[in-house]
Design a protein around this ligand. Structure first.
Ligand SMILES: Cc1cc2nc3c(=O)[nH]c(=O)nc-3n(C[C@H](O)[C@H](O)[C@H](O)COP(=O)(O)O)c2cc1C
Ligand code: SF4
Length: 452
């Protein structure tokens, strides 16, 4: 069955990477329309009508965010595209930037016009250096064709667009850390308020949006906000890119219409193609490493017994005790052989490594969680460690400058909530816990005798 594709309809056509191919398939019509036929506020109105929500993870309404941009001073305004994409399990933005870079550039031009921005930046993950070159080539083509620079398409609107490599740290994806990093400093998050829309880059009003969010803007301008709002389900309008990985037959990036049942997404041939080796589904992380893990019984059905859908609301149904989050769409599937303790340790190790260290609950707590999980995984756990772990994550959540602290706590909380028996098994069967081959690749590290 062929479904509506807003971003990826032409993505497999090789010529779409270049500006001529992009224009041949209808590209840059939105820039023509916005700059020649619309006022900046009208563009924002259409985005508001569309119900588009930010695709970077939090799902905040984009039109509303744009309307917060401070217009009460004559400072320059900035639009920053967040292309840092470092959340484990999330690899969707790279597809757009690599295969159809002009879509992002067109979205940046139209969005900058709406916001009254004269200089915009794409802040791209440092490890995506080869994509930076693809983007730079596309930006050069857009300048040569008159879509960027002075008096775009003969109008009074001018825009400069730069692409900038990131600092190589996960925290640089947090919007205020991204701003610090772009200013040439260490990527430490700032305390909010002031919010970037009032005081962002170099103290000027700034909007930070995800790649996928900005790539949706051309469609909304061409087809109208209402058309976009009619796609999807309820307040989860439009389509979403999902990067699917783990124990599935067909890992990859899929564009789905929001509202597709999770069961269909996992098992249909159109998407993930079912669990590898015909094994049982054990658990799911639906939105990237920072969102709570769901156990088998809550994956395809909500706690109310309704089909679980791929939407912001359905995935979070019942709050964290029975739900999770759509997040950034990093969909990680675990089969019956996967070890939850090992996976939780793996995530904790990542968060400990990536904490910027400004807040003690995050700096100390992530390290503590990693140590406890490590000793459990390697056969040195104690029963009281499970409650200790619970206590540590509780003390991080809500007590830090930025949401990284919560992001490090939620996977641990959900793993204990839903898989406590597995933690207990590790304590009761230390030899087996160390010997077992979990299928996730055994670590060559020596068994560490952690006593803290
Ligand atoms: C630790 C951390 C890492 C983040 N990484 C990214 C990222 O790589 N890409 C992204 O778009 N948003 C990321 N975000 C969310 C951004 O702070 C911000 O909310 C987002 O870029 C806003 O764009 P949107 O409204 O289009 O979603 C991250 C947030 C946190 C706390
Ligand atoms: S929560 Fe962690 S990552 Fe965020 S500012 Fe505090 S120490 Fe840094």
């Amino acid at each position: 069955m062929s479904r509506l594709k807003i971003l990826t309809e032409h993505i497999d056509k090789p010529e779409i990477t270049g500006i001529e191919g992009y224009i041949k398939h209808g590209g840059y019509r939105a820039v023509e329309k916005a700059l020649k036929k619309m006022q900046p506020d009208e563009v924002t109105e259409e985005v508001k009508k569309s119900g588009l929500r930010g695709r970077g993870g939090a799902g905040f309404p984009t039109g509303m965010k744009w309307s917060f941009i401070f217009k009460g001073n004559d400072k320059p305004r900035y639009l920053l595209c967040n292309a840092d994409e470092s959340e484990p399990g999330t690899f969707k933005d790279r597809l757009l930037m690599e295969k159809i870079p002009h879509l992002l550039i067109e979205g940046m031009i139209a969005s900058s016009f709406a916001l009254g921005v004269k200089t915009a930046y794409i802040y791209i993950r440092g490890e995506y250096m080869y994509i930076l070159h693809i983007l730079q080539k596309a930006i050069d083509e857009a300048y040569a064709k008159g879509y960027l620079g002075e008096n775009i398409l003969g109008t009074t609107y001018s825009l400069d667009l730069h692409v900038h490599p990131g600092g190589g740290a996960y925290i640089c994806g947090e919007e205020t850390a991204l701003i610090e990093s772009l200013e040439g400093k260490r990527g430490n998050p700032r305390i909010k308020p002031p919010f970037p829309a009032v005081e962002g880059l170099w103290g000027c009003p700034t909007i930070v949006n995800n790649v996928e969010t900005i790539c949706k803007v051309p469609f909304i301008i061409n087809e109208g906000g209402e058309t976009y709002a009619n796609i999807g389900i309820g307040a989860s309008t439009g389509t979403k890119l999902i990067s699917a990985c783990g124990n599935i037959n067909k890992p990859g990036v899929y564009e789905i219409e929001l509202g597709v049942p999770v069961e269909e997404f996992i098992y249909s041939d159109e998407y993930c193609g079912g669990i590898k080796g015909g094994k049982q589904l054990k658990a799911l992380v639906p939105g990237g490493s920072s969102v709570p893990i769901l156990p088998n019984r809550l994956i395809t059905k909500t706690a109310k017994g309704e089909p679980r859908l791929m939407s912001y609301e359905s995935l979070s149904d019942g709050g964290f005790p029975t739900g999770s989050m759509l997040g950034s769409g990093g969909f990680i599937v675990f089969d019956e052989d996967q070890c939850i303790v090992r996976n939780t340790w793996n995530f904790s190790r990542f968060y400990h490594h990536e904490s910027c260290g400004q807040c003690s609950p995050c700096r100390e707590g992530t390290g503590w969680m990693e140590k406890i999980l490590h000793r459990m995984e390697y056969g040195h756990g104690r029963m009281e460690d499970i409650d200790l772990l619970w206590d540590v994550q509780r003390k991080i959540e809500g007590n830090t400058i930025c949401p990284f602290g919560d992001a490090s706590a939620w996977p641990v909380a959900a793993a204990i909530r839903h898989f406590r028996d597995e933690f207990e098994w590790h304590v009761l069967h230390p030899a087996e816990a160390t010997r077992r081959n979990y299928g996730m690749g055994r670590s060559a590290e020596p068994i560490e005798q952690v006593t803290a």
